[in-house]
Design a protein around this ligand. Structure first.
Ligand SMILES: [Fe+2]
Ligand SMILES: [Fe+2]
Length: 143
């Protein structure tokens, strides 16, 4: 189903999705390896991986929001919504949740170095990211 507006350069956004997929995989790998080894180097590697992922998520989602229709005042359905409004409202909400989780992982690793806790959160982030991207590619970018 088409929910205009579809951006002109969908290919660039799709490539960014694949880049972020790879950064997420790298984070999960660093966290699981780090939890086994338990060294300072492993923690530093995980902190580096979440920093790169968190930055990429913020840049990507912020850019997308510039392409979305103007932000609604509230995250609720309103009279006069156009066909695409509920979709973009949901995508914005998912961005907030994804950024929040990514930022929390960054804080947890930086503050406490809790690799196992960060891994659980990163697995949650991966499933949220996957569902979000599937929705964007099907209902927005797939046009
Ligand atoms: Fe998005
Ligand atoms: Fe996206």
């Amino acid at each position: 189903m088409t929910h205009a507006p579809v951006p002109e350069d969908t290919e660039a956004l799709l490539l960014e999705h694949r880049d972020i997929d790879a950064l997420l995989e790298a984070l999960l790998a660093a966290l699981s390896a780090g939890a086994l080894v338990g060294s300072v180097d492993a923690l530093v590697g995980s902190i580096d991986a979440i920093a790169r992922l968190d930055d990429a998520i913020r840049v990507h989602s912020g850019f997308e929001e510039g392409l979305f229709p103007a932000a609604p005042e509230k995250l609720v359905t309103r009279a006069g919504d156009t066909a695409g409004d509920p979709l973009f409202r949901l995508l914005r909400l998912e961005h907030v949740q994804i950024r929040e989780l990514s930022g929390m992982i960054r804080c947890v690793l930086g503050d406490s170095g809790d690799l196992a806790g960060a891994f659980t959160m990163a697995a949650n982030l991966a499933s949220r990211w996957e569902a979000h991207v599937r929705r964007e590619e099907k209902d927005w970018l797939g046009g």
